[in-house]
Write a protein that binds this ligand. Sequence first.
Ligand code: DX5
Ligand code: ZN
Length: 219
Amino acid sequence: MDSRKVAPSLLAADFGNLQRDIEMVNQSQADWFHLDIMDGVFVPNISFGMPVVKAIAQHAKKPLDVHLMIVDPDRYIKTFAELGADVLTVHYEACTHLHRSLQAIKAEGMKAGVAINPHTSVTLLEDTIQDIDLVCMMSVNPGFGGQSFIENTYKKVSELKNIIEKRKAVTLIEIDGGVNAGNVRKLADAGADVFVAGSFVFKSEDPIETIKTLKQKIV
Ligand code: DX5
Ligand code: ZN
């Protein structure tokens, strides 16, 4: 298995100093950039779109992990490939033909991710797990940074890990929402591989040190 990863979410960055915050991530021990794209329809918030992703891609020196919180994401798969996304994640709840969406993402040369909301059972992924490179398990209701971690997530991670092993799939489990130094180790022990952290990193006094702390806890 790949080593466990930390993916700072730029949603919590200072957009007036975006290049500075990107450079901070470049210089840190972080593994990926996590980009949250919200359309104001699938989730009750709008984040940022293509011009901002393009600017991020120009400065980022690490893989771009793009999380689409949008309806009908198939419309934009090609666009995000062209913008430089390495992992493209669509929501289970937003895809009528999930298998087709996953194939379309891979056909564009990206890793295919599926995000599930807190109310969505991991058992619903049993029949597609072998086609999924990454499951983004939402540990808050998507739409906003800075929310509290939902404790039921630990149980879901263990259940999903069992499904992955039973089906002999090669799928990373990513945790998104409310991740901090207090829950990251327990999540890793339950089977999680990738840890998205927005507020905990960017609102801290020394984000580089905070990322280092998270990395140390998951080795
Ligand atoms: C929430 C987003 C998250 C968010 C995490 O809808 O998908 O990636 O940025 O932020 P924190 O770490 O502050 O919960
Ligand atoms: Zn996210």
